[in-house]
Design a protein around this ligand. Structure first.
Ligand code: KIV
Ligand code: NA
Length: 264
């Protein structure tokens, strides 16, 4: 089996096949998701919240993300790996965006990059694509702009649907191979999905996008506490790990571990 290519994803859309995408930030999860047949893995800037413990995605840097990108690439054989360009690494213009994308490809070894923004980032997308690097766009709610957008809020309700639609058209026109639609009304996502020939990847965008993405710790229930409405937990990793940890600690305290079979 070979790596998934961006053209496989466009072909899947043409056949009407949906596909899953997950974030991954490390060797073991990447290997599991790759073997489970998830065609696209995103080393998201959401590592800021989910790996590094920042409150927002804004502080994380390319220097912090690139080692995670390398780990995920090394641990996989089939999945297409997308590296997420962090806040501050592409907004200045096409030249800065291309410089950062080139770092992700050369130092990270990923197969595509992602950045946030529609019309305002069309020139950046075109410059990166023009250098031979596939770009996944990200519109609707874009976490790096949360202070402008007024927090985690659905984008494109009512008349604002035209804004999201214009962003979708702009990123497709600029050459993006796919576009993430985050927290937009299902009807708007459906319309964009029908109109664009490139795949749409929904997160909080309803059932009619070509693909669906979740942060893996949300999908697997490692992150506890109140989750956004669009999250579904498919496992209780936090519970399983808490149990394992308590049993280990109890057995150490009680002198049951290590036993003779663990001893040289
Ligand atoms: O960084 C991230 O996790 C993302 C996805 C949720 C699309 O951008
Ligand atoms: Na992101």
């Amino acid at each position: 089996t070979r790596r998934v290519r961006t053209r496989d994803l466009v072909a899947a859309k043409e056949r009407g096949e949906r596909w899953p995408m997950l974030t991954s930030y490390d060797q073991y999860t990447a290997g599991i998701f790759d073997q489970a047949g998830v065609p696209v893995l995103l080393v998201g800037d959401s590592a800021a919240n989910n790996v590094f413990g920042y409150e927002t995605t804004l502080p994380v840097t390319a220097d912090e993300l690139l080692p995670l990108v390398r780990a995920v690439v090394r641990a996989t054989r089939q999945s297409l790996i997308v590296g997420d360009l962090p806040f501050g690494s592409y907004e200045e213009g096409p030249a800065q965006a291309l410089r950062t994308a080139v770092r992700f490809m050369k130092e990270g070894g990923c197969h595509a990059v992602k950045l946030e923004g529609g019309r305002r980032c069309a020139a950046q997308i075109a410059a990166i694509v023009g250098a031979g690097v596939p770009v996944m766009a990200h519109i609707g709610f874009t976490p790096q702009s949360e202070h402008t957008l007024g927090g985690y809020r659905v984008q494109g309700r009512g008349d604002a649907a035209d804004e999201v639609l214009a962003d979708a058209r702009a990123v497709a026109e600029a050459g993006a191979f796919a576009v993430v639609l985050e927290m937009v009304p299902g009807e708007v996502a459906k319309q964009i999905t029908h109109e664009l020939s490139i795949p749409t990847v929904g997160i909080g965008a309803g059932p009619d996008t070509d693909a669906q993405v979740l942060v893996w710790q949300d999908m697997a229930g490692l992150r506890t506490g109140k989750a956004p409405r669009f999250v579904k937990r498919y496992a209780d990793l936090a519970g399983a790990l808490t149990d394992a940890t308590r049993r280990f600690a109890d057995e150490v305290r009680g002198g049951e571990f290590p036993a003779t079979e663990h001893t040289f």
